[in-house]
Design a protein. Structure first.
Length: 418
């Protein structure tokens, strides 16, 4: 695990960051395009884990704090928020990547024992300790990529014991790692092989056994269902999501990845926080999401890494009034990358997002997709989660796609030693 300066629980320390060339607040302002609220030559103070003061470097000259960091004119923005990941799993699948490179199809790979069920098998076999060891290394990587808050789903257990083990690995991360974590129960990811011919029995286990036990864990705040021909139907998803809502969980849905399956409409009907993927969502579905305040989450890495060149129509989403966030969808099969800034670059080059829209999509709008106030924006009262970028313009990290420009990560006012 990362060592970090100061303790996560030591919220009494104050931190002053000065000589910020461009402070990108993500609040509307009158800078370049007016969308990102940039303050020039800025300084920020964090006290008790929250931003307590924002001003200019000259105003900060006589201010005192326990720690003072002079960042020499670099760019500062809110810590990045990855609002859709499958970070907890055992093993990796680079062997399949090699098979794909030789022309093998997903179907052939799955029939040979690969694909998602191979991750399910390794995750079932792993102990909680081993699972935590793997996930905490990935959480370190996430922080090195500037991610300060992350949503993490279960869903590679697909049986009661392993889903609980995955939820507990997320809980362990929540209590002992500096990354801020929000857990999502995804017991309805796919139908496990052993229940293929009796899927209603599995759904009954999800609703009557898994959900009640996992919803009790305070770090599990949401429930997700994968709606697709190869996974769950609209009616099945509705019954699972309603049961989750009754237990106080918020709803996210995987929808329309391979075809328009009506999931966007269900997300609006359920008052979901977000509907994610949206590669084939209709205009009607987009309108319903906009009216229902459901945030659209696009996952550029999933389209990029699986090939084929199909990306969601983000311009149409904006035309229909939607708000759109970007996430990594980190998972061992279809997109094993934690580089959220690279995902934002792909959203710009392949989905037609503007640089401003992409930067908002990995900060402010991503916070909305998780229903989290007090983060994703640099303003007084917000959490002291900031990243320092080794550049003098906030578009530079998008333009230098794939390069890591993060020079400092601050979580809850603590400078993390990456
Ligand atoms: Zn996903």
């Amino acid at each position: 695990m990362l060592k970090y300066l100061g303790s996560r629980v030591d919220m009494n320390k104050s931190l002053l960051i000065k000589n910020i060339g461009r402070l990108v607040t993500m609040e509307e302002g009158d800078d370049r395009d007016g969308k990102l609220g940039v303050i020039l030559d800025a300084a920020v103070q964090i006290e008790e884990g929250k931003i307590s003061w924002i001003g200019t470097s000259s105003e900060s000259v006589n201010m005192n704090a326990d720690d003072v960091i002079d960042i020499g004119g670099q760019v500062v923005m809110p810590g990045l928020i990855d609002c859709h990941t499958h970070l907890v799993h055992a093993g990796s699948r680079e062997d399949e990547f090699n098979l794909r490179s030789q022309g093998k199809s997903y179907k052939e790979i799955a029939e040979a024992g690969g694909g998602i069920m191979s991750t399910v098998r390794s995750t079932r076999e792993a102990s909680l300790e081993d699972l935590y060891d793997e996930v905490s290394k990935r959480a370190d990587e996430a922080i090195r990529n500037g991610i300060t808050t992350m949503e993490i789903k279960t869903g590679y257990g697909l049986d009661l014991a392993t889903e609980i083990k995955m939820a507990d690995a997320i809980g362990e991360l929540d209590s002992s790692h500096p990354l801020e974590v929000y857990g999502t129960f995804l017991g309805a990811h796919i139908v496990p092989a052993e229940y293929k011919s009796r899927r209603s029995e599995y759904i009954d286990i999800v609703v009557s056994q898994m959900l009640p036990q996992i919803a009790k864990k305070e770090w599990i705040t949401s429930c997700d269902v994968f709606i697709e021909d190869i996974a769950y139907s609209i009616d099945e998803a509705r019954s699972i999501a309603r049961a989750a809502k009754d237990l106080g969980l918020a709803i996210h849905l995987h929808v329309d990845q391979f075809g328009d399956g009506g999931g966007a409409k269900l997300a609006a009907e359920l008052g979901a926080l977000s509907a994610d993927h949206l590669d084939h969502t209709s205009k009607k579905g987009m309108k319903l999401m906009a009216e229902g305040g459901v945030i659209g989450v696009v996952l550029p890495g999933a389209s990029f890494f699986t090939g084929g060149g199909h990306y969601p129509d983000v311009r149409k989403m904006f035309e229909n009034g939607m708000k759109v966030a970007i996430a990594t969808d980190y998972n061992p099969g279809t997109t094993p990358s934690l580089n959220l800034m690279l995902n934002a670059s792909i959203a710009v080059t392949q989905m037609g997002m503007t640089c401003d829209e992409a930067l908002l999509g990995i900060t402010r709008t991503a916070a909305e997709a998780l229903g989290l106030a007090y983060r994703g924006v640099v303003a007084e009262g917000m959490r002291g989660d900031l990243i320092v970028l080794d550049c003098t313009d906030e578009y530079y990290p998008l333009y230098r796609y794939g390069e890591n420009m993060i020079s400092q990560v601050i979580i809850g006012g603590n400078a993390i030693n990456t």
